[in-house]
Structure formats: structure tokens, C-alpha cells
Design a protein around this ligand. Structure first.
Ligand code: AHM
Ligand code: MG
Length: 321
């Protein structure tokens, strides 16, 4: 008997969380349908305005944001929605006891849309104690997350989640996410490193040495080959299944890194750790970072324990240049 996402999460974590995950899954099914026929429906290309972070929004960014927001705002257990695409959190003041804050990047990697390369939806769920301030609850360190989830829109559409008891993968089939792998484990080391090498000259020189060490085998004892899609979910999904390391260092253009702590780094770091991997900003564990505002960015090194620890050792052992 196939097990759906709702059944799986309800059995392990109860109705409250299962309802939030299911609403996310329903939105993902709608987003997948929009992506599949985007070229025919005229929804590829830029929406014509920038988001709060100065990035060009694609029409599908807007559509995915509206779809996910609509699916979640109807749940009385949701206290606030915090989206990468919205300037400010959407707070539901009439629900002072609602226990969940849902934080999301509705469509990550959207610059890849026009060339039909994988994109993803990323969701982090934080807990809110009754009566507590919803924004403060959203800004808790990632270690306090109730769940982390992503959807990888690829040759098949895969949803991966953790709620603190392992990492589980579901495949979209006939409008339902059906369990395909339970208790996913990230290999302790792997054959690939993944970063935008075009940016290396713009990062601290230690990163060039890290990459050289990964390539020639001097960093971990194994030589690494290069893979980079430029869509975080695609690069992370490969790293989760095959092992290795993904890096997005600070650059001159993005001195704090490009990826966002709340929308991207936290949920995937939760998943990485639950699968046996690790994630750091180069100085501290990602899940220990206390953000000051929702859109904050972070450097990110995420993947197999062996590689993440070797890279961190090199970064922290190295004087700042
Ligand atoms: P986005 O949220 O605007 O889509 O940007 C995030 C994406 C990630 O999916 C990916 O890892 C990264 O940007 C790639 O950046 P770059 O093109 O600088 O390599
Ligand atoms: Mg994004």
C-alpha cells in the first residue's frame, strides 16, 4: 500500500504538522503543473519588478509565492507566513495561539526557469509558543525548527522532509506525494564538490585553496570531481544522495554570501544533519546562528561530514586575508 506524505507525517508527528505539510504539498502540485506548461501558458520570463532583495522576480516566482501563500493562510494553526519574495512577514494577528510560522522560498533557482533546468520550493517551519511574538519566533535559530522540506521539480518531482526523526523522500504520482525512500542517509563522504568557480577570484583566497585541495585529493584523501547546476535544490539533492560538498562563499558582490539563512540554509541544514551530514557558515554551525532579520544572508558549506569538517578546518585555521 503506498504511503502518502500526509499519512507518513500524521503517524509520526500528529495532525497539526501533517496539515501544514499537506498544504505545502498541495501547493507544490499546483506549482509543478504551472512549471510543466509554463512555455505554453506565457508565464516564463521576468515579472517586471524586483523583490526586496533587489532581484528580478520571474512571473513564476510571483505565481509560486501566491500559490503557496494561498494554500497556507487558510490554516488556523499558521501564525505567520515569511516569504523570500515578500518585503515583510504576513502576520495573522487574530491567531495569537497558532503554533506554526511557515518560512519559504517559493521558487528557488528561478533564473534557470527559461532554460528548463530544475528549480525547487524550500520550506522551514518554526514553532511559536502561545502568545509569543510571531516575528521573534521566525527569528529563532534553525536548531529550533519543527520541520524542513524541499520540493525538487526535476525529471520526477520529489519532496524531501524532516521533522526531526530522519529524512524521507516522496515522489509525485497522480497528484499525490508517495513515499519512495524512508530514512535517507547522506554518505559520510562523496565524489563531488559544487560551487560557482566563476566567482572564486572574488572570494577570500583560502577558498581557492579549499577547491584545489578537493580537486587534488589533499583535503580529504580523495579527489573530487566538479558538479554545479546553479539551482540550489538540484545541487543539494545530488549532494544528499551521492555525498560531497556544496559551497557558496562570500564574494565581493555578496560579502555575506548569496543564500538566505531562513529560506534556504536553515531548512536544508536541518535535512543535512538529520541525514548524517553537516552545515556551517565557515565559522559556526548554521543551525546555531540567531538571525537578526528575515532576509539575512549567509555563507554556506553543506554536505557530507568528512568534506564539511575538512573545509571548516581549513577556513578556521586560516587567518583572514
Ligand atoms: P534565487 O533565490 O534568486 O533563485 O537565487 C538562489 C540561487 C540558488 O538556487 C543557487 O544555489 C544560487 O542562486 C546560484 O547562484 P550563482 O548564479 O551566483 O552561482
Ligand atoms: Mg530563491
Amino acid at each position: 500500500m503506498p504511503i502518502t506524505l500526509f499519512q507518513h507525517s500524521q503517524q509520526r508527528h500528529g495532525n497539526g504538522l501533517a496539515d501544514v505539510l499537506q498544504a505545502t504539498a498541495v501547493a507544490a502540485v499546483q506549482i509543478e503543473r504551472a512549471l510543466r506548461t509554463a512555455a505554453l501558458a506565457g508565464v516564463l520570463g521576468a515579472a517586471g519588478h524586483e523583490n526586496v532583495q533587489g532581484e528580478q522576480q520571474q512571473k513564476l516566482d510571483v505565481l509560486a509565492n501566491e500559490t503557496l501563500s494561498a494554500a497556507l493562510r487558510g490554516l488556523h494553526t499558521v501564525a505567520a507566513l515569511v516569504s523570500e519574495e515578500d518585503d515583510e512577514p504576513v502576520l495573522f494577528a487574530d491567531r495569537p495561539d497558532a503554533p506554526y510560522i511557515v518560512i519559504f522560498d517559493p521558487l528557488d533557482g528561478s533564473s534557470n526557469l527559461d532554460v528548463n533546468v530544475n528549480v525547487g520550493t524550500i520550506v522551514s517551519i518554526q514553532a511559536r509558543e502561545p502568545g509569543d511574538d510571531a516575528v521573534a519566533a521566525a527569528l529563532q535559530p534553525g536548531s529550533q525548527q519543527v520541520a524542513g522540506l524541499y520540493v525538487n521539480y526535476g525529471p520526477s518531482t520529489t519532496l524531501v522532509y524532516t521533522a526531526g526523526s530522519g529524512v524521507h523522500s516522496f515522489t509525485l504520482s497522480d497528484g499525490e506525494f508517495v513515499l519512495s525512500t524512508e530514512n535517507l542517509c547522506m554518505p559520510a563522504s562523496g565524489p563531488y564538490y559544487s560551487l560557482n568557480e566563476g566567482n572564486l577570484a572574488e572570494s577570500e583566497p583560502v577558498y581557492a585553496r579549499v577547491v584545489a585541495g578537493l580537486r587534488d585529493g589533499s583535503l580529504t584523501g580523495e579527489r573530487h570531481s566538479s558538479r554545479y547546476v546553479g539551482s540550489f535544490i538540484a545541487d543539494f539533492h545530488r549532494t544528499l544522495l551521492k555525498g560531497g560538498v556544496f559551497l557558496y562563499p562570500p564574494t565581493t558582490k555578496n560579502p555575506k554570501g548569496k543564500l538566505r539563512l531562513l529560506y534556504e540554509a536553515n531548512p536544508l541544514s536541518f535535512i543535512a544533519e538529520q541525514a548524517g551530514g553537516a552545515a556551517t557558515d565557515g565559522r559556526q554551525r548554521i543551525l546555531d546562528v540567531a538571525p537578526k532579520e528575515p532576509h539575512v544572508r549567509t555563507p554556506l558549506i553543506i554536505g557530507s561530514r568528512t568534506e564539511v569538517s575538512a573545509v571548516s578546518g581549513m577556513l578556521t585555521g586560516s587567518p583572514r586575508e
